[in-house]
Design a protein around this ligand. Structure first.
Ligand SMILES: [Zn+2]
Length: 155
């Protein structure tokens, strides 16, 4: 990177810090004049569109996703820190795909995969909303699937 003071073409990075939002702050020093400056690197992404069941689209909203998960976690021993982490992970996975659009059901599946490891009840609640279980059979099948994991202790 060019030095903003003496325009020398080479600067060295003396410190690099990654922030929560994936931006990177770099402290740099000019090889020639030794002056220091800071640069910020941000990832530029275009908004991801969520394709809903009726084929309408809306920009992906982290807050909306968080609310949905929060609702499933009511009165469960799940801290908001865990929910935040889950939302962050889902957002990251969505943004890493090449497709600028994602079906709402696919987001639901991503959340379910993670919720399953966190809490059975929250998982079932979320699944019943996202998959819209119309038949009690499919719901029961889902309950059957998670039964073995109940033996695990959680503390
Ligand atoms: Zn310089």
């Amino acid at each position: 990177m060019m030095c903003p003071f003496c325009k020398a073409p080479d600067t060295k990075v003396i410190d690099s810090r990654r922030n929560e939002d994936f931006s990177v702050r770099r402290r740099r020093e000019c090889v020639k004049c030794k002056k220091r400056f800071t640069t910020y690197e941000k990832i530029e992404t275009s908004p991801i569109l969520v394709v809903k069941k009726d084929s309408t689209r809306e920009p992906f909203s982290k807050e909306k996703l968080r609310k949905g998960i929060l609702y499933s976690c009511i009165k469960r021993p799940i801290s908001s820190k865990i929910i935040d982490k889950l939302v962050d992970e889902v957002e990251k996975e969505i943004s890493l795909r090449d497709d600028p659009e994602i079906k709402s059901i696919e987001i639901g599946e991503l959340v379910l995969k993670k919720l399953k490891k966190i809490d059975d009840v929250a998982y079932i609640r979320f699944a019943s909303v996202y998959r819209e279980f119309k038949e009690i059979e499919s719901f029961n099948a889902e309950v059957e699937k998670i039964k073995p994991s109940k033996k695990k202790s959680r503390d």
